[in-house]
Design a protein around this ligand. Structure first.
Ligand SMILES: C[S@@+](CC[C@H](N)C(=O)[O-])C[C@H]1O[C@@H](n2cnc3c(N)ncnc32)[C@H](O)[C@@H]1O
Length: 383
């Protein structure tokens, strides 16, 4: 276990809002004797709250090294007859009987980026009984125009030609990446607007739109995605700055502009964000219209950032992967696909339709190796 991991998990115990809201939600949802799956259990916090709420049995599954110590903690607290800890990803877990409740909190800034949607979707197909309950069950998504100096510096730094060297290609990548940021109320240039709701186990692609007006003069650095999660019928949890149910340690996802735009109250900001919760492929466009009618428009996608960059595939594969137009189409078709499980034959057909000159065997081999690379999705982000 690393020092960083321990510090992260201590923060979860020290977040009074989080513990209080999960405790209340589990009391509302868990019925005496229920079996509960604590998905991404860390130190076992939510599983222990589930036992408090009356669960008969808790299965705690955790992928990280932290789980090796969690079993000791469970024993120390005389809960080993109720809580069983298993190390591994929930997607590799097999159960004899489906559970009554799944609880977890791997919620990203704009929900998808810590994996809840894709892991809960898998749990709903294999691990939870049909009428079972997810905690949280759904999320309201919100978008807001924001100013964020550290992100601006991290993008603009690549454009500054240090020592006279042109680092432009890195500048292009930097503006096509989602940034995990911690915002306060002063970062908001307008009130966060609700832009849709997703069920916690829905891993289909979603699209969120924003059409709002700036309320505070400043420099627009991008649009931030945030959430209000419904833990149970009467309990919510959020990462929206200033929200009374705000988690103390949860980032927001910033979809940046390539360059900061000076804005004044009354300027209009429109945005569209499209997310694939399985591959994390995220595309966004932001349009700013000043009161004088001047328009600034930018389109970005993580497909153009490092994640789906040819270099990323080369590194991830651990060997050279010939990256050409065919490979780019294959990456895009795979990453843009709906939900979990890739239909390899359909991807091959789509790529061949775009590149009729490419040999069937070459496309087939390429698609298979890229599907394998993408199968586990990207790693967990850190705030
Ligand atoms: C945000 S932390 C919360 C830990 C714990 N639930 C708590 O409340 O303190 C999420 C944890 O889930 C783990 N995790 C995320 N996805 C997982 C998965 N699909 N299977 C197993 N563990 C997972 C991560 O390693 C991390 O320790």
């Amino acid at each position: 276990v690393s020092a960083g991991e321990l510090t992260e998990h201590l923060q979860y115990w020290q977040d009074d809002v989080k513990v209080d809201r999960y405790r209340r939600a589990l009391v509302e949802v868990v019925r005496p004797g229920d079996t509960v799956l604590d998905l991404g259990s860390g130190t076992g916090l939510l599983g222990m709250l589930a036992v408090e709420a009356g669960a008969g049995r808790v299965l705690a599954v955790e992928n990280g090294a932290i789980s090796t110590v969690t079993a000791e903690v469970v024993e120390r607290n005389h809960l080993d007859e109720r809580i069983e800890v298993r190390q591994g990803l929930s997607t590799t877990l097999d159960l004899d009987e489906p559970v009554d409740v799944v609880v977890g909190d791997q919620i990203g800034g704009f929900v998808f980026s810590a994996g809840v949607l894709r892991f809960y979707a898998d749990a709903s197909r294999r691990l939870l009984r049909p009428e079972g309950t997810f905690v949280p069950g759904s999320f309201d998504l919100l978008l807001a125009p924001v100013q964020h100096q550290a992100s601006r510096d991290a993008i603009d730094g690549w454009a500054s030609a240090p020592f006279g060297y042109d680092l432009g290609p890195f500048h292009e990548r930097a503006q096509n990446l989602v940034r995990y940021v911690v915002l306060d109320e002063d970062s908001l240039l307008g009130t966060p607007q609700a832009c849709g709701t997703v069920a916690a186990h829905d891993d289909r692609r979603f699209r969120a739109t924003l059409d709002t007006h700036v309320t505070t003069d400043g420099r627009l650095d991008g649009v931030a995605g945030m959430f209000v999660g419904h833990l149970s019928p009467s309990v919510t949890l959020s990462n929206v700055p200033g929200h009374p149910d705000r988690l103390q340690h949860r980032w927001q996802d910033l979809f940046p502009l390539g360059r900061g735009i000076d804005v004044v109250a009354g300027d209009r900001v429109e945005a569209e964000v499209v997310v694939n919760p399985v591959s994390y492929l995220t595309s966004w466009s932001i349009r700013v219209t000043s009161r004088a009618g001047h328009v600034h428009l930018e389109d970005h996608s993580t497909f153009e950032g490092a994640l789906f960059d040819p270099a990323w595939f080369r590194i991830a594969a651990g060997r050279p992967v010939a990256i050409d137009g065919v490979a780019r189409s294959a990456c895009r078709v795979i990453a843009d696909g709906e939900g979990a499980g890739v239909d390899t034959a359909a991807v091959v057909a789509a790529v061949r339709a775009e590149h009729p000159g490419a040999s069937a065997g070459q496309v087939d081999r390429l698609v298979r190796s890229l599907v394998t690379l993408l199968a586990d999705g990207p790693g967990e982000p850190q705030a």
